[in-house]
Design a protein around this ligand. Structure first.
Ligand code: GDP
Ligand code: MN
Length: 416
């Protein structure tokens, strides 16, 4: 899912006609001070990070003066929440809360639902999982009709809301669902919707995530990489994504797992799996012999040699890796000679300057004999420590990982 920061989600809410507090995003304490000064009054300073529960972790702070806002921003900008560094804060006018509601739309993929579900609760502000089910009203949306006004009214009415709050909250739900649909969201949540002491409604928070498969329809969202990632994409991830974006023939899923600082500590090998399950198997086998994958990679679905070549080059570009492991732990039906050609080209370009560099290649399946010949002939004469395996070792993950560990050991000794 392509996830958005609170301040980004709020900008789209505003466009959808849902009021949000005035505010500004800041990436330094000084900017936070200026933002607070511009708001002329008490503010709230909030970490912008893809993690909930910020309130409880001290990542939402109140400030009465620009100086306090600056200090709060300084504290928050140094924080890590669920392993994610906070790089920006949102500085907003502080609301006088009279009541907090919850509203959300999610795609429920359960077999018996398989539809967007609109949720409303009068118990906003806390974790929605912690709210008793009788305090949450649900409505499964007919996607062809959308959320109709009377359905929204029924939802809000079901929890005992009456009067002008009823019509304003149901109007908000209709707008929220329309926005969810317009951007192909998987999740769009406001927790809390704040009713202020002077009777106004605001979206005080926003969690927005868009379906990866629909991102191409929304260039206006500016998503750089439509893939499930723990945090923001690295330079490595963005390069890898370009292979896919420009060429849909076969899959090349490549993702950074170790930061450059971690790589420097040693024990990492460039990792190249074929097929998702096989790729996991290989990583597991490596970790049992004390090695780690610098990156994840899977080239399957019969990718072209050009695509596999780019993947291999990217893997080899990681500074500090101590080997290259091609984990083809499956009898692949794709024509493996494309992999063989790609690897020969990439390794011939990259290995001449790396004497003793450990390379373990397992490649089997369709066009195996030809592929083996291409690898053996093509890699002859390179100064690296190259071992090539075929179907005889397709189930020998432990053995091949062990070979990798021994070659890495020898490589370290040679370089010491
Ligand atoms: P989360 O904990 O990550 O979901 O962050 P929220 O944005 O939901 O903020 C957590 C809580 O802080 C909210 O439920 C509110 O109770 C409180 N809060 C956030 N903004 C304001 C505000 O402007 N005024 C007041 N009084 N409380 C706020
Ligand atoms: Mn919240």
């Amino acid at each position: 899912m392509a996830k958005f920061f609170e301040y980004q989600g709020k900008a789209y809410l505003r466009q959808a006609g849902i009021p949000v507090p005035r505010g500004q995003v800041a990436d330094s304490p000084t900017q936070a001070r200026e933002a607070a000064a511009a708001l002329e009054g008490p503010v709230v300073v909030k970490a912008q990070v893809w993690a909930g529960g910020r309130g409880k972790s001290g990542a939402v702070r109140f400030a009465d003066t620009p100086g306090e806002a600056e200090a709060a921003a300084r504290d928050i900008l140094g924080m890590e929440l669920r392993g994610l560094p906070v790089r920006q804060v949102l500085v907003e006018e502080r609301l006088e809360i009279a009541h907090e509601y919850y509203a959300g739309v999610v795609v429920d993929t359960a077999r018996e639902v398989r539809a967007p579900v609109v949720m409303f609760s009068t118990e906003g502000g806390m974790d929605i999982e912690a709210v008793p089910s009788e305090r949450i009203a649900l409505h499964k949306v007919d996607v062809l009709r959308g959320l109709r006004p009377h359905e929204a009214v029924n939802l809000v009415h079901a929890l005992g809301v009456r009067g002008s709050a009823l019509s304003r909250l149901s109007d908000l739900l209709v707008r929220l669902y329309a926005m969810f649909r317009a951007y192909d969201c998987r999740t769009l949540e406001i927790n809390p919707i704040v009713l202020t002491r002077d009777g106004k409604l605001y979206a005080a928070d926003c969690r927005m995530a868009v379906d990866d498969q629909a991102v191409f329809r929304h260039p206006e969202l500016g998503v750089k990489l439509a893939r499930e990632l723990p945090g923001e994409p690295s330079e490595f991830d963005l390069i890898a994504w370009r292979f896919e974006e420009q060429d849909f023939r076969g899959t090349s899923f490549v993702m950074q797992m170790a930061t450059p600082a971690e790589l420097r500590k040693g024990g990492y090998v460039g990792y190249h799996g074929i097929g998702g399950g096989a790729a996991m198997l290989g990583i597991d086998a490596l970790s049992r012999v004390g090695l780690k994958a610098a990156n994840y990679a899977d080239t399957s679905g019969n990718p072209t040699a050009a695509k596999v070549y780019r993947v291999a080059k990217l893997i080899l570009s990681q500074p500090g890796i101590e080997g290259y492991f091609l984990a083809g732990f499956l009898m692949a039906n794709q024509e493996q000679w494309h992999h063989a050609h790609a690897l020969v080209k990439a390794l011939r370009e990259e290995l001449p300057g790396r004497p003793g560099f450990p390379v373990v290649l397992l490649l089997c399946g369709n066009k195996e004999a030809e592929s083996q010949r291409i690898l053996r002939e093509g890699l002859q004469g390179l100064p690296a420590a190259i071992e090539i395996y075929d179907r005889a070792h397709v189930y020998d993950a432990a053995y091949l990982a062990g070979r990798m560990a021994q070659l890495v050991q020898a490589y370290r000794t040679q370089r010491a």
